[in-house]
Ligand binder design. Structure first.
Ligand SMILES: Cc1ncc(COP(=O)(O)O)c(C=O)c1O
Length: 406
């Protein structure tokens, strides 16, 4: 028997940097040494002391019908009808035939990349955005390009826009999809109508699909979500819109997401046939959750209100604190679970974050975690309980004040 070589020949796509980043090491150390850290990065809603309608959620999991396994590649019709109804309540027209279920949005991305790209082909992602993309790209043997989201001021009001010229310049003959995160994590910016029109032109010209990640769509800061533009009804080019329970019901542990396919009829029909085979290969969505979906989605307004009330209260506190504090800028957003603050340039991003952690026992995300183009920025989750959030923010702002005035 040949001895196992020291370097086992694992697939190159798994050659990740395994050493822990400095920030996480220091966080672990602080916790181990017994420091009570206020975690303003917490974005797992099930750890943020929300009151969920527990009995109603759990009751359906013990239903007798869950014993029967009767898989359907696209997902159970009753579950897909419930999702269509959820969109109807938002006045968006989606039919169950357009809906495909997956166990998570991350998995849905993989299914779409398998459908749309060959190894080495390219997908465009927003920047700044959600850090998991880098892993999804690597695991699917594709290449990542980015297009910038730019923060600017108009009539004294800050807002984010897509840099469409920069996006155009990133397109190559092997670009197969453009990903939108709508609203984006962490910028909280929704796609605008004129941006979508332009994207439709670009995609039609180059035969590129749109993938719109709308997991945060229910968390608009506008009453009635009146400004939100969803891609569920976008039929001009091949379009995949994703949503899921991890945000819509704040139940990431239940593992159910969906993809809605839209676009020119013939392409949609071909895409759907192929996507169905991909899903049939895995059948990854569990039966009890699909059976529960219609009753669970009826709880969406109640759960959504609980979370949005907290998000709005924390956000309002932040706005008020920063209003009288010209050294920092609060970046405007339209939705989501996060807030971004631009810090004074006296320190690097890393130094600020480590100071907050080690001196003030508050943990916040650095902008570089989301691939910001500049620094220093911090990103905080708006989910933590209000008292905790306010204490954490007060400590951070005091540290900044004392550093800037030193
Ligand atoms: C923008 C965005 N998309 C997708 C996900 C992942 O969702 P899921 O839990 O359904 O995989 C997240 C998780 O935070 C996210 O922020």
């Amino acid at each position: 028997m040949t001895p196992m070589s020291k370097e086992y020949p694992f697939a190159k796509r798994t050659d990740w940097e395994m050493t822990q980043n400095e920030l996480i090491s220091q966080l672990d150390e602080a916790r181990k040494s017994g420091k009570d850290i206020i975690d303003l990065t917490e974005s797992n809603p099930t750890r943020c002391q929300f009151s969920y309608p527990k009995e109603k959620i759990l009751k359906k999991l013990s239903a007798a019908q869950n014993i029967l396994y009767d898989p359907s590649p696209r997902g159970n019709l009753s579950a897909r009808q419930a999702i269509a109804q959820y969109y109807k309540n938002k006045h968006w027209n989606v039919s169950p035939g357009q809906i495909f279920l997956s166990a998570s949005t991350s998995e849905a991305y993989t299914f779409l990349f398998r459908l749309l790209t060959n190894p080495g082909e390219r997908v465009l992602f927003p920047r700044p955005s959600y850090p998991l993309f880098e892993f999804l790209v690597g695991l699917n043997d594709i290449k990542m390009d980015t297009y910038p989201l730019v923060y600017h001021h108009r009539n004294g009001l800050g807002q984010w826009s897509l840099d469409l010229d920069a996006l155009r310049q990133e397109i190559q003959s092997t670009t197969k999809a453009i990903v939108l995160v709508n609203p984006n994590n962490p910028t909280g910016s929704f796609i605008k109508k004129h941006e979508l029109e332009e994207l439709n032109k670009i995609c039609a010209e180059y035969n590129i699909a749109l993938i719109s990640d709308e997991v945060f769509m229910d968390y608009s800061f506008q009453k009635n979500n009146s400004k939100a533009v969803s891609l569920v009804e976008n039929h001009k080019v091949l379009t995949f819109t994703m949503g899921g329970l991890s945000k819509t019901l704040a139940l990431p542990q239940m593992k159910l997401s969906w993809i809605i396919v839209n676009g020119p009829e013939q392409i949609v029909s071909q895409a759907s046939e192929r996507l169905e085979i991909i899903l049939d290969t895995y059948l990854s969505v569990n039966t009890p959750v699909q059976n529960a979906l219609d009753e669970w989605l009826a709880l969406q307004p109640e759960i959504n209100k609980n979370i949005l009330d907290r998000v709005m209260a924390n956000r309002q506190f932040l706005v008020e604190q920063i209003r009288d504090f010209p050294a920092c800028e609060f970046l405007e957003a339209e939705g989501g679970w996060y807030a971004i603050i631009q810090l004074p340039p006296e320190r690097t991003e890393e130094t600020w974050i480590l100071d907050f952690l080690n001196e003030d026992h508050v943990f916040v995300h650095p902008g570089y975690f989301f691939d910001f183009l500049e620094e220093p920025y911090i990103v905080v989750s708006l989910l933590p309980p209000v008292g905790q959030f306010q204490t954490g923010i007060r400590r951070v702002l005091m540290r900044i004040r004392s550093t800037v005035n030193a």
